[in-house]
Design a protein. Structure first.
Lengths: 341, 896
């Protein structure tokens, strides 16, 4: 019997190790370990043994069973691994084929820039305000210290809706300064982006409709030094850390002192090149301390409160940022243009 | 404003060698006078020298060229060929030598002309980029030389080929040989003629005469004939032209640089002067800024007038200001005016400042304007009727011919300079032809007046003639400047010997000129600037700028009408303290929160959703053409046609404010279609402008969607709208077929509602509308009201427990009339699904051979679930039965 078990051990291990698919493994399990299997057949002969021999033989048989089971398991694992490998090989694809198309929409490049600027100001505690484009001359001009007779009020420059010149399309976002001062509680920190209109024929740098961003701070003790610090920070966020700026005197009727802010030409580093028209500097915005007359006109006591304001053109900023050479592209809305951003 | 650096040195000691262009430009810009560009004039012309013609010979191989030996100050003369006939031995000429550069970038090199060496080129006015205004004596008059005669028709010559001296041409004109020519002053020659038997001598101003020429001599007039005298055509005398080499009559010698002679040894700085600083539109104003900027002394000159003519202007002329638009009228009289070219220095300065020299009188008025910023007008006083000047507004029907020769109708708002009868000039804009100085004049009035800026600007604009004078006046000039300017003009008259100044000045100034004062409040200035500038520094800056101080009172100089408040003083101080020296600090005070409002957040969200679906953002004009309403088939009586109309639009296409955003989207879709872009999917969140009774506008925002191209149909568009609503978390939307919107396809258009709120409209654009845009494709658009979206936006989501029990799905198919909208069936199912129905999804709509004609089969998946227990079969079947019953009851739909 011992011999029988030994030969079964040898034959079964050999057969198991030679099997080459999961089905034959299962067949071998039945053949050796099944109810009618060869090991069972051997065990049936246990009855013929003496009671003394039985425990030792039983132990041997159990050991053989577990050896065969182990061999089956081992072989099965190995075979399934091979099968998986074959399957994976068969499933290989050309990974260089294009991916399934997903919709990609694009923000208009100008609004990309605008949103960037909004985020910068919101992060500094500013709110964003919105106002009418069909505006009163009072707000667009008079309350901004722009007298009757100022050239910008001419019918050659401004679009009017009424013969008396009282209702017009705003030519700047600056009336939002007045609206904010008249309606908001102090202190005010706001920006007001929006559409503005001037009577300019369409060309590579002009459009009768364009966009500006107005900004204003009104509080006690606001100084020109604050204006400089805030705008320097904004410009660094837009143009990158270390951007060199300068402020130079300028004139706006509704700010005093007034200034324009330049950044040093990033292309030539201030030496002068075609990008900066040889000046070494590129103008980015106009600003100034809110004119005391404007404050007083909006019911704010200029002896208690002061403020600063700025205005910048969005188109020029976006054109500079994305190297767009013709303003008309902005309003053409050609998808081949829009999808570049 | 163009500033000559050379001229500037007269007022401020700032030589180029000490302050280069870049330093000058930077410093001036930083102190508030923005430099646009600086031009080194000397770079435009190089290696052009004054040369003296020492020998002149005929070119051996040409019938019209001359070979000149020229002394250019070197050891040996150079040889230059020229085709011009106005040169003579002894003339000083501009000679462009080998490797010379002429204005316009023209390079001159030596070479051979018809086999003869030419070491350069002699230059005409044009080649030097100047005109007879710069060099009045450069005007050339040519005699008709018979040796240059070329008949138009060789068979019928007007002058016989064998003509010789003494032969008669016609009338009193005979042929005469030039025996000798010798100079007799500028452009004058003593000429000896031989006309047959006798010789005769005369003085001629024709510049192309040389010994040996055969001229046409009018024996009666005793003059040489020009082409005009012979009524000849230029082509008959091709080389007898009124053009040639510029013969120099300046104080110069061979070898001198012609660039310097033309005043091009100068650098011209172009400034952008802001409108509040008209005082900087002149040399003195800019010199003052430069002096303070560089810490130099401003050297001003007090004009001195001898008034050698004596008399009294007040006995000759009277001035009446009849309209307050004239603030001040100052005048002086000059007798025996002799018109002549101005001296070179004056012409140079005028030219480098960007104006053209004309003659001494005109040049003096322009010079004073450039120097003092005060426009002046000189006119012939003998043309002034009644010896009276009335400054008044035009009367109805008056007109004037201005100096430019144009007849102009005047309107009653225009201020004019008049005599007792008529206007003789448009105040501050241009003088009248009726009082123009033509030739020497006995009496010239020099007007130096101050007018209301706005009035001048409006007049100039209305007449379409913005002049150097009007563009200065319109910014508002200093009324105190009129006297200094007229004195300076008279001083120059005397200096140039252009006339004799009459004693006395007329100066009418009806209202007392105001003196502005501002209190010096250093602490307020520092508080505004955020600086700590000491009072002494402030005082010095103000004094240097011409302000005066008495204690704390600042007296603002008359030329600084822009200064009236301590904030203006702060700017003056800051400009010279340096804007860039002001520290940077962050606003203190109360912290504000800032941030986006819910509406702004919604707008951002909408953009994000649109882009996530592949839509590109567009920006369109707010104004459109009224014809666009026709293009979108808007009914004639639609209230939306009542748009705000721009009274002065750029053109019809941008003349009204849009009341619907659809035309804007269609325009962009069309443009992309015309660009042959295969597909477009676009969105815009833009405003429309709805007229209010008060004449202003409500400006609601509209979410505009649009697309065309592959895989774009009604359901693509509907999918966009549905996704937007889903992302906003709205309640379930209803889409209701809309057949009556004329812009849209009547069978492919829907209105969308959430609850009772109408959100907007979507659909295929009506083929007729597409055709109006010239588009042969299906266009899809949606217009959604932003305020409606805001209203139906879902609240912040609240967590609902996840389902604990499995759901049961039952598919049903019902047959109903084909025209019943699936949306209504769905509504019915959802309404009658009871508490267990969780969702209902359409999965098939079928028409065809398996259902009766006019019917359709609609299949839904019903998803049912109980939140308390596993759904029983009974409950599921009850639910389905209830739904089927309702479908049959409401729509006659029966299970298939």
């Amino acid at each position: 019997m011992k011999e029988l078990m030994q030969s079964l051990r040898e034959a079964s291990i050999k057969a198991i190790n030679e099997s080459d698919n999961p089905e034959s493994i299962e067949a071998l399990r039945v053949r050796y370990l099944g109810k009618k299997g060869e090991l069972t057949a051997i065990l049936r002969q246990m009855g013929k043994l003496s009671p003394e021999e039985r425990p030792a033989m039983g132990q041997l048989a159990n050991q053989l069973r577990s050896e065969i089971e182990q061999a089956l398991e081992l072989r099965k694992t190995m075979l399934s691994k091979i099968v998986l490998e074959k399957q994976l090989e068969a499933e290989a694809i050309d990974v260089t084929l294009p991916g399934a198309e997903q919709p990609v929409g694009h923000k208009h490049p100008m609004y990309n820039v605008l949103d960037q600027i909004k985020d910068i100001f919101v992060g500094m505690g500013f709110e964003i305000v919105d106002g009418p484009e069909v505006e009163l001359a009072d707000y667009n001009f008079t309350k901004l210290n722009i007298d009757e007779g100022h050239p910008s009020r001419d019918w050659t420059d401004t679009f009017y809706f009424t013969e008396d010149g009282k209702i017009l399309l705003r030519t700047q976002t600056s009336p939002m300064q007045v609206h904010a001062m008249e309606t908001k509680s102090l202190p005010i920190r706001m920006i007001a982006p929006g559409r503005v209109y001037r009577k300019d024929e369409v060309d590579a740098t002009h459009s009768p409709m364009f966009h500006q961003i107005e900004g204003m701070v009104i509080d006690k003790g606001v100084t020109m030094a604050d204006l400089k610090a805030t705008l320097n920070l904004v410009v660094e966020k837009i143009y990158g850390a270390g951007t060199v700026t300068r402020f130079r005197p300028h004139h706006f009727p509704f700010t005093e002192p007034s200034c324009e802010m330049d950044i040093q030409c990033h292309k030539c580093g201030g030496k002068g090149c075609p990008t900066c028209k040889g000046e070494g500097w590129i103008e980015v915005l106009g600003a100034g301390m809110v004119h005391p007359k404007v404050l007083a006109g909006c019911g704010i006591d200029p002896d208690v409160y002061s403020g600063w304001a700025f205005g910048m053109g969005l188109e020029r900023l976006a054109m500079g940022e994305y190297k767009i050479t013709d303003l008309r592209l902005i309003f053409d809305n050609d998808v081949r243009f829009l999808e570049q951003f | 404003m163009n500033l000559s650096r050379k001229w500037l040195n007269e007022f401020v000691d700032l030589p180029l060698a000490e302050v280069d262009d870049r330093t000058f430009a930077e410093a001036m810009t930083i102190s508030g006078s923005k430099v646009e560009v600086t031009e080194d004039l000397s770079k435009s012309i190089k290696n052009v020298k004054v040369g003296r013609i020492v020998k002149l010979e005929k070119h051996p191989n040409s019938d019209h060229m001359l070979v000149c030996q020229i002394d250019v100050g070197a050891a040996e003369p150079v040889q230059i060929c020229t085709g011009a006939w106005n040169v003579h031995e002894g003339d000083l000429v501009p000679a462009a030598l080998h490797n010379a550069l002429l204005p316009g970038g023209v390079k001159i090199t030596k070479g051979k002309l018809r086999g003869v060496e030419s070491a350069g080129m002699l230059c005409s006015l044009k080649e030097l980029n100047v005109t007879v205004h710069d060099f009045p004596y450069g005007e050339i008059k040519a005699a008709a030389l018979l040796n240059d005669y070329h008949p138009i028709d060789p068979a019928k010559p007007s002058v016989p080929a064998d003509i010789k001296a003494g032969d008669k041409l016609f009338g009193s004109v005979i042929a005469a040989e030039v025996k000798a020519v010798s100079p007799a002053g500028v452009n004058r020659w003593d000429v000896t003629l031989s006309a047959g038997a006798e010789d005769c001598k005369l003085v001629s101003d024709c510049q192309n005469l040389h010994a040996g020429d055969l001229a046409a001599y009018d024996t009666a007039k005793r003059t040489l004939c020009t082409l005009a005298d012979l009524r000849a055509k230029q082509e008959e005398f091709p080389h007898c032209i009124a053009d040639g080499i510029l013969i120099l009559h300046e104080d110069c010698k061979p070898g001198d640089d012609v660039g310097a002679l033309l005043g091009l040894d100068d650098h011209v700085v172009e400034f952008e002067i802001t409108p509040n600083r008209p005082d900087c539109l002149c040399m003195i104003g800019l010199a003052r800024e430069a002096a303070v900027t560089f810490g130099k002394t401003l050297k001003l000159h007090e004009p001195q007038v001898r008034a050698a003519a004596g008399g009294d202007i007040n006995a000759l002329a009277r001035v009446f200001i009849e309209d307050p638009l004239c603030v001040r009228y100052t005048a002086r009289m000059v007798k025996n005016v002799k018109i002549a070219p101005s001296p070179a220095w004056m012409r140079e300065r005028i030219r480098n400042a960007g104006m053209r020299p004309i003659n001494n009188i005109v040049d003096i008025t322009n010079y004073v304007m450039l120097e003092y910023g005060q426009p002046m007008h000189a006119f012939d006083f003998s043309c002034v009727k009644g010896g009276e000047i009335h400054v008044r507004c035009t009367r109805e029907g008056e007109s004037i011919q201005t100096l430019d020769g144009t007849d102009r109708k005047l309107t009653p708002a225009m201020l004019c300079i008049c005599d007792t009868e008529k206007p003789v000039g448009v105040a501050g804009v241009m003088g009248g032809a009726n009082s123009e100085i033509v030739g020497d004049t006995a009496m010239v009035l020099f007007e130096s007046a101050n007018f209301n800026g706005t009035s001048i600007r409006r007049t100039a604009t209305a007449l379409g003639m913005r002049t150097d004078a009007s563009s200065r006046y319109e910014k508002g000039l200093d009324p105190q400047n009129t006297m200094k300017a007229v004195q300076r003009a008279c001083e120059l008259i005397e200096m140039l010997g252009a006339g004799e100044v009459v004693e006395g000045v007329i100066d009418v100034c009806p209202n007392k000129l105001k003196q502005t004062t501002v209190k010096l409040e250093p602490e307020k200035v520092n508080a505004l600037l955020g600086t700590d500038i000491d009072e002494g520094t402030m005082r010095k800056i103000l004094l240097d700028l011409g302000f005066t101080l008495e204690g704390d009172t600042i007296f603002v100089p008359s030329w600084r009408a822009d200064v009236e408040h301590y904030s203006d003083i702060a700017e003056e101080v800051a400009r010279f303290y340096g804007y860039n020296e002001i520290p940077t600090t962050f606003t203190g005070g109360i912290t504000t929160v800032g941030g986006y409002t819910p509406a702004q957040q919604l707008e951002r969200k909408l953009g994000e959703v649109c882009r996530s679906m592949g839509l590109d953002e567009i920006i369109t004009y707010s104004f459109i053409s009224p014809t666009y309403y026709d293009k979108i088939r808007m009914p004639e009586n639609s209230p939306l046609r009542d748009s705000l109309r721009i009274l002065n639009p750029l053109g019809e296409d941008t003349s009204i404010m849009r009341t619907t955003i659809l035309p804007s989207m269609l325009e962009i879709l069309t443009r992309n279609y015309n660009f042959r872009n295969k597909k477009a999917a676009l969105y815009e969140i833009g405003r429309i402008y709805l007229k209010r009774p008060d004449g202003m506008a409500d400006e609601p925002k509209i979410v505009s969607l649009g697309g065309y191209g592959e895989k774009t149909d009604f359901f693509t568009l509907k999918g966009w709208v549905e996704k937007i609503l889903r992302e906003l978390g709205t309640a379930r939307a209803r889409f209701v077929a809309e057949k009556n919107n004329p812009a849209y396809h009547p069978g492919r258009c829907a209105k969308v509602f959430v609850g009772e709120t109408e959100i907007g409209v979507l659909g295929q654009i009506h083929p007729l509308v597409a055709a109006n845009y010239g588009v042969d494709a299906e266009l899809y658009c949606a217009e959604l009201r932003f305020d409606a979206l805001e209203a139906v936006k879902g609240a912040l989501p609240v967590y609902k427990p996840l389902p604990r029990f499995p759901s049961v799905t039952r598919d049903i198919a019902v047959v109903c009339r084909a025209e019943i909208p699936v949306g209504e069936l769905t509504d019915c199912i959802l309404k009658n699904g009871g508490r267990y129905l969780k969702d209902c999804a359409l999965f098939d709509v079928y028409t065809g051979s398996h259902v009766l004609p006019g019917m359709k089969s609609v299949a839904f998946s019903l998803i049912m679930r109980s939140d308390e227990q596993t759904l029983t079969v009974e409950h599921a079947e009850e639910t389905v039965a209830g739904i089927l019953k309702a479908l049959e009851r409401d729509f006659g739909a029966v299970i298939r």
